[in-house]
Design a protein around this ligand. Structure first.
Ligand code: SP5
Ligand code: ZN
Length: 350
């Protein structure tokens, strides 16, 4: 399999995240990409460098205001003269214009960058530093390059995207995600002439951002298997089974939430349901949001998928027989991260 990557993806170094009010070390570290890259090379994958693309597809899935904010916010923050403090070395919002605050009144765009930070970011875990924009934008280029290769006839291409993307919504970023690489890949495949595209999301968390982007669209199906957000897991507010899309997108969203401690059997049954729904939908191409954080050893989810379970996940999706772009999402257990991605891709490519 070809694996598209960019060295710029290593530039995002999240020194910290604020979780339930406590500043803790960043989880989504650059070493993740290095480990996946070396495991792929060892397994004989062909590593291809991402080709730069313009913002056209990116701006079709995100509010251009959010894209511009992410491009410039670090410079603005670092020049704003905030107190020298370990907590000030990253952009972190402190006030959010939620529906509870605005009560239906209009949201402004504040001039103060410390206020504007909460307009586009919806949590306190997704900090912006000097390398965040170049890395997130390079991950988009990796996804776009993978979509180009599939459109040119490659049966399956993997994009080693970092930072991940599936929690990034049309006008809001969070969950360690800034730009939605999988949504960009799906949108690019649409532009390449695939009329109906399915996103199958096997990250342990619900991809609320991808769901939001395609919520009202008939031309992109979104299906996800993930730990039940109602059982206390991120993203908490979305990812329930009764969310099925609306308007033109009615019945083109499909969620399979699983109880904590679920293992291969429940997981693979969920993947099978998503594959059946993808076939029924009539997809012509598939984007796989490939997180491996449902693994038993992963610290960020309570699911218990095995290495064999990941290989079979890949095989089930391969049986769709569709052109496919796989995009890296989460996966945080560093000793097994690379091997689990290789297992999944081995299943995906037969
Ligand atoms: C792409 C992806 O997998 N995003 C995961 C976002 C969920 N993160 C929830 C964070 C839970 C707190 N983790 C504590 C780690 C302390 N550094
Ligand atoms: Zn995840």
């Amino acid at each position: 399999i070809s694996a598209v990557w960019s060295p710029a993806c290593l530039e995002h170094v999240p020194g910290a995240e604020i979780w339930i009010g406590v500043r803790t070390p960043g989880t989504e570290v650059p070493e993740r990409a290095t480990l996946i890259g070396s495991a792929l090379a060892e397994a004989g994958a062909e590593l291809v460098e991402a080709v730069p693309h313009d913002d056209t597809v990116l701006r079709a899935v995100h509010d251009p205001g959010m894209v511009d904010h992410l491009r410039h916010v670090w410079d603005q923050w670092s020049h704003a003269g905030y107190p020298e403090d370990p907590g000030q070395d990253r952009v972190v919002p402190y006030v959010f214009p939620t529906p509870a605050m605005l009560a239906g009144m209009p949201a402004r765009t504040p001039t103060a960058v410390h206020a504007r930070a909460g307009l586009w970011c919806y949590d306190t875990m997704t900090l912006v530093g000097p390398g965040t924009w170049p890395a997130a934008r390079a991950a988009v280029d990796a996804a776009l390059t993978a979509a180009d290769l599939v459109a040119a006839g490659a049966p399956a291409v993997y994009a080693l995207c970092r930072p991940p993307g599936h929690h990034a919504a049309p006008a809001g970023y969070g969950g360690s995600c800034y730009l939605n690489n999988a949504a960009v890949a799906a949108q690019a495949l649409r532009g390449h002439g695939f009329e109906r595209v399915a996103v199958i999301d096997v990250d342990a968390h619900h991809g609320n951002g991808t769901q939001a982007i395609f919520w009202e669209r008939a031309d992109v199906f979104y299906g996800s298997v993930h730990v039940d957000p109602g059982a206390g897991w991120f993203p908490h507010f979305l990812g329930f089974a009764d969310e099925t899309g609306t308007g033109a997108g009615d019945a083109t969203t499909w969620n399979v939430p699983l109880a904590p401690r679920s293992g291969d059997e429940a997981w693979l049954a969920g993947v099978e349901r998503l594959c059946a729904a993808t076939t029924a939908y009539g997809a012509e191409a598939v984007v796989v949001s490939l997180g491996v954080d449902a693994a038993a050893d992963d610290p960020e989810s309570p699911l218990c998928v095995s290495a064999d379970g990941y290989r079979r996940t890949g095989s089930l999706i391969a049986q769709l027989g569709l052109p496919m772009v796989a995009v890296q999402e989460g996966g945080y257990h560093l000793p097994t991260l690379g091997p689990l991605v290789v297992e999944t891709l081995t299943g995906l490519t037969g």
